[in-house]
Design a binder for this molecule. Structure first.
Ligand SMILES: Cc1cc2nc3c(=O)[nH]c(=O)nc-3n(C[C@H](O)[C@H](O)[C@H](O)COP(=O)(O)O)c2cc1C
Length: 381
């Protein structure tokens, strides 16, 4: 299928699935355990109804959004994704450049396959940095100092990984760290020659910020210990708030009381996120967790939402329910997987077109004017 025939993000996902070996596709597409949370994320967005209002002049649609003092051309950005070059070679840089061109934020993951310095350069002022707090304090401090030196102004600290998610697809695929060529992997390489050649040309995907961590690790436990810690607490967050002079967001908040604590500690915002359904199968979809969080925060700090955004209208739904901005991980990743830089652009164009049309249909010429009134009344609890 040609890229211009892809009408939706789901079409791009299907195209990506055909070009990428199963173990690499599942690494991005999969969720925790039964994947109930992954499915609920998108289903719950779909369930939120907005009622169109007509006979409003919508000849000029304004999708700008200002957040944390930065004005963006659209109200969403790219979520941090680790190891994305395993999905498609150079995916990190492709998306960072796309975000710069489109003037939306690009969040560089601590666990990216490209260094945070390279990503800052590619995103050129539109880069935010995502921090995983390591069990080794010197590793964490090293990353923060590098992020400062690379001139990132916004840091997101990810809170929802006290333990690594259990992802059944990765277990079934025998996804091993460091990578091993198993019979399944070999089959995937032979069946997807384009992916294999490009991956050979660009080199084995690594977690670039941690000096060849994947290459030198002898077990997955090694990697995990460097990347994350089960010992990250509110006291550590307070220390991080003192340490980081830029804007600080906490990513992975689902409970209203946790959101309130983030505000009390002096964070500039939160990302209501369940890590795209990759951590647990039993948790709530973010769009359902959002209203209570927005109510409790009462506008004190910024609220961003991710996990399940697949349509332009999902960003509008998030705004109507109390967020001011959204992130998407897989939607843009599927674009790169479907067709490299052109595929990423296609994903971007689809989301923007859907958003623009939906605003027109709702009779709301400017994204910033969307409010709870636009929610369908008789369905609201
Ligand atoms: C393959 C993959 C890797 C991810 N890596 C990270 C990461 O390194 N840091 C992080 O904070 N979140 C990570 N996430 C979570 C995303 O930032 C984001 O919360 C999630 O993808 C949003 O859900 P969506 O994919 O449905 O849009 C990852 C998600 C995926 C799919």
């Amino acid at each position: 299928m040609r890229l211009d025939r892809a009408a939706s993000i789901e079409d791009l996902r299907r195209m990506a699935r055909r070009r990428i070996p199963r173990f690499a596709f599942d690494l991005v597409d999969g969720g925790a355990e039964s994947e109930r949370n992954l499915r609920r994320n998108t289903a719950a967005f779909e369930e939120v109804e907005l009622t169109p209002r007509y006979m409003v002049d919508v000849s000029d649609i304004d999708m700008h959004a200002t957040i944390l003092g930065q004005r963006f051309d659209a109200p969403f950005g790219m979520a941090p994704i680790g190891m994305l070059n395993a999905f498609w070679p150079d995916a990190d840089l492709t998306l960072a450049r796309l975000c710069k061109r489109e003037n939306i934020p690009y969040v560089a993951s601590s666990a990216a396959s490209t260094t945070l310095e390279h990503l800052a350069e590619a995103a050129d002022g539109n880069g935010w940095f995502q921090l995983y707090v390591s069990s080794d304090a010197t590793v964490t401090e090293g990353l923060i100092a590098r992020a400062e030196a690379a001139d990132y102004k916004v840091m997101l600290v990810t809170a929802d990984v006290p333990a690594a998610g259990k992802r059944d697809r990765d277990i079934r695929n025998q996804l091993a760290v460091p990578f091993r060529i198993t019979p399944e992997v070999l089959l995937g390489l032979v069946a997807n020659p384009r992916w294999s050649l490009e991956t050979l040309r660009h080199g084995k995907p690594n977690i670039a910020n941690y000096a060849d961590l994947l290459q030198s690790a002898t077990s997955y436990a090694d990697v995990q210990k460097t990347l994350i810690t089960p010992g990250f607490t509110w006291d550590d967050l307070r220390r991080l708030r003192d340490r980081w002079r830029g804007k600080l967001l906490v990513k992975g908040i689902l409970h209203a009381e946790d959101a309130l604590k983030c505000a009390e500690i002096g964070c500039d915002g939160i990302v209501v996120s369940n890590h795209g359904g990759r951590q647990v199968a039993f948790g709530p979809p973010t769009i359902e967790a959002l209203p209570e969080i927005a109510k409790v925060l009462g506008g004190r700090i910024e609220i961003i939402v991710d996990s399940g955004v697949r349509r332009g209208a999902d960003v509008l739904r998030a705004k109507v329910l109390g967020a001011s901005f959204a992130l998407t991980g897989r939607a843009l990743a599927f674009g790169v997987g479907a067709g490299g830089p052109a595929g990423a652009q296609r994903a971007m164009d689809i989301l923007k077109l859907e958003m623009e049309r939906a605003l027109g249909q709702l009779g709301v010429p400017a994204f910033r004017d969307l409010c709870p009134d636009h929610r369908t009344r008789n369905r609201s609890p």
